[in-house]
Design a protein around this ligand. Sequence first.
Ligand code: ZN
Length: 373
Amino acid sequence: MTVLAGALVFDPETGETARADVRLDGDRIAEVGAGLDGERVDCSGGLLIPGLIDCHVHVAFPRPEPLPRSARILEAVPVLRGLLARGITTVRDAWGADAGFRHALRAGWITGPDLLLSLRQLGPTGGLGDSWEPPAGAVDHYGDPSLPDPLFDGPDAARAAVRRMVRAGADWIKVGASGAMRAVRSGADVRPTDDELAALVDEARRCGRDVLAHAHTSAAVVSAARAGARSIEHGTFLDDSAVTAMADAWYVPTLSPISDSEHAETHRRSLRLAVEAGVRIAAGSDLAPRPHVDLTTELRLLAAVLGEVAALKAATSEAARLLRLDDDRGRIEPGLRADLVLLDGAELDVTDLPGRIRAVWHDGNRVTDPAGK
Ligand SMILES: [Zn+2]
């Protein structure tokens, strides 16, 4: 059995680090302690952290140029490999990937993190997820039977949309509680009603699924959170009523995509407001802009607001809790899955995580090209 020997081991729940050996047994962490026996891998001078979890990615986001459909799928292959190489061992796709990706990863056809799927973002006519252009009408560049129609109008139709996603293999249900930033800023935001959201969340629960809600405005956040969405994504413009409504939800701020925009400071203020109100924070990068901006960038942005320990917690133990995987991963403890990242140096600094990655273990297996080195 492999023993990762001599590193400092980080506990994201307490923020403490302590020198210890970590013994792996198959896909599990068997033991954490001093002087453990086994095939020792020298980790001295390093810091072991749990495998990172990104709660909001788009590994197969549509490209702007008109390429054949296979190009979008094939582009995801190096993206997934690169995520794993940078220590990201579990991701929740917030739309774009179909169930064939999960199958290909499990079958070993391609390498990458564990992938939780939402397929598409559900929304009303004119809302997020409705691809409609004035001269052409409805245009669906990515729809196929594996990525079902996400549109609904009315509570029963919202239930039907959830059922279509579950039938096609969704692990999570994604809803657009507000429109895209462009629609919000231009006053063209079409939102689902409270009745529609309540029906959608109820149907998701009946199917054993949870809901993640895209929401930029406070009104959208309040209605999604009150309906029972488990996580609120983006939350760019939060106020007191929004963070109060989020008492039972997680906030996944996704700072990366707009970190250079005019809304960046407002977004950071929203994050501070949520933290002060005691809202739980989980990390998500959105991974949408090209070149892909991943969780290692999001961690740096989160750390600038929350500090290193809280940022790392948001990307490990707290992310696992949001995803209902905290009894399986997100911490370095016996019985949990052997998803681990070995960083060079002892400090918790996340300024340049990719530059510090020495090794990655996923599901007990050592990743062969950590950080693409
Ligand atoms: Zn997104």
